[in-house]
Design a protein around this ligand. Structure first.
Ligand code: KET
Length: 406
């Protein structure tokens, strides 16, 4: 047999800008190494966390011998879909009561975005999607791979380290009518900057007046404010006006179910008749991609969402995660102030959600990694959820050195 591969000319692909940070971290043998790359929650001891309520749900599932491992329907577990729609739209949502929502279980947030994108490419008359600048690095790739054309709208102003509300409004006003607009439901990644409710209302009016189609990415519900309802307000404002929208939900972060790959896509429509037809078409999108979704994660989520006591216990654990992140912000900010590091670091406590968008440049990030074994994405984003009290001094030392020496 010939020893030359038919793939001999293939080129080595670069690591993923976010998940590749963990690959590099794993190769580092330093005892001081710190992974602030991927947005994954760690305890004060720096350990991954499986929520207590998730363990309880899993015990119930394992001991229930009536449960089978049969294929789920193409659309997923019905109980899961219903509860997921209620979680994002509100339990009293008229759209749900009127059967105007088509919900399908998907492979976490990413899979939900991809299924939504494939559906839009096939059935929507506009193929341009506007995403914020900056945004989660996988967004442009997901939408491009689905065949949509990706444009950006201004979102973040580095000068104020806040929302570029003027730029956002100008860009959305200039968008072709009917275009799709990707919106982060809360806890914008990577900037940690969200519009106020008042600004959301302006965005809603502007988008509706131009017939722009909202596609919400909700990967951090509960992580921005600690409240599931407060973090869904942006989506609910758009649904309350009776108009249509899409929402991709992930349970990776808020239930700590990262590797279970569990999420949902909901499409809110104007009538039950259209919702039924949309659901039938979503099945045709899903079936040739992965046939039907996995059962375990959906069963965990459905168990928790459908049991009053477990649901309550989840909200308590979620709030505790959100609070620990807020406490990390305060500790890091205090440490930077105590050192007198040049610059204004108040954005560390003003930004919300899992990340701080530090403003550090790629050279400073590279320096922190090589000299201090601190791993983070090259855009200067740090996952506050990966930090713990015992590591704050190390991180602030690294940041101080980067700012004063690079
Ligand atoms: N949307 C946003 C905004 C997001 O930050 C992530 C994940 C996802 C969707 C998808 O998550 P999923 O695990 O498919 O439910 N973000 C983190 C992890 C990653 O990049 O995959 C991150 O930014 O670190």
């Amino acid at each position: 047999m010939a020893s030359v591969s038919v793939f001999a000319n293939i080129s080595q692909a670069p690591e993923d800008p976010i998940l590749g940070v963990t690959v590099a971290y794993n190769k580092d043998s330093s005892p001081h190494k710190l992974n602030l790359g991927v947005g994954a929650y760690r305890t004060e001891e720096g350990k991954p966390l499986v929520l207590d309520v998730v363990r309880r749900a899993e015990k119930l599932l394992v001991s229930d011998i009536s449960l089978k491992k049969e294929y789920l329907p193409i659309t997923g577990l019905a109980d899961f879909n219903k509860s997921s729609a209620k979680l994002i739209l509100g339990s009293d949502s008229p759209a749900i009561q009127e059967n105007r929502v088509a919900t399908v279980q998907c492979l976490s947030g990413t899979g939900s975005l991809r299924v939504g994108a494939e559906f839009l490419k096939k059935h929507y008359n506009q193929h341009t999607i506007y995403i914020p600048s900056p945004t989660w690095g996988n967004h442009p790739k997901i939408f491009m791979m689905a065949g949509l054309s990706v444009k950006t709208y201004r979102y973040y102003d580095p000068a104020t380290r806040g929302l570029d509300f003027e730029g956002l409004q100008q860009d959305l006003s200039a968008a072709t009518s009917g275009s799709i607009v990707l919106l982060h439901a809360c806890a914008h990644n990577p900037t940690g900057v969200d519009p106020t409710l008042d600004q959301w209302e302006h965005i809603r009016k502007l988008m509706r007046s131009k017939g722009l189609l909202p596609f919400f990415d909700s990967a951090y519900q509960g992580f921005a404010s600690g409240s599931l309802d407060a973090d869904a307000q942006s989506v609910r404002m758009f649904v309350a006006d009776g108009g249509e929208c899409l929402a991709a939900q992930s349970y990776a972060k808020n239930m700590g179910l990262y590797g279970e790959r569990i999420g949902a896509l909901s499409i809110v429509l104007t009538s039950a008749d259209v919702a039924r037809k949309v659901e039938s078409q979503l099945k045709l999108v899903i079936r040739p991609m992965y046939s039907s979704p996995p059962i375990h994660g959906a069963s965990i989520v459905a168990t928790i969402l459908n049991d009053r006591e477990m649901y309550h216990d989840w909200t308590v654990e979620l709030k505790a995660m959100a609070d620990r992140i807020i406490s990390m912000r305060k500790q890091l900010y205090d440490a930077m102030c105590a050192k007198g590091t040049p610059g204004d670091w108040s954005h560390i406590i003003k930004q919300i959600g899992m990340f701080t968008f530090t403003g550090l440049n790629p050279e400073q990030v590279a320096f922190m990694t090589s000299e201090y074994h601190v791993y983070m994405t090259s855009d200067g984003r740090i996952s506050m959820a990966g930090l713990s009290s015992s590591k704050v001094t190390h991180l602030s030392d690294a940041m101080h050195a980067a700012v004063t020496r690079v």
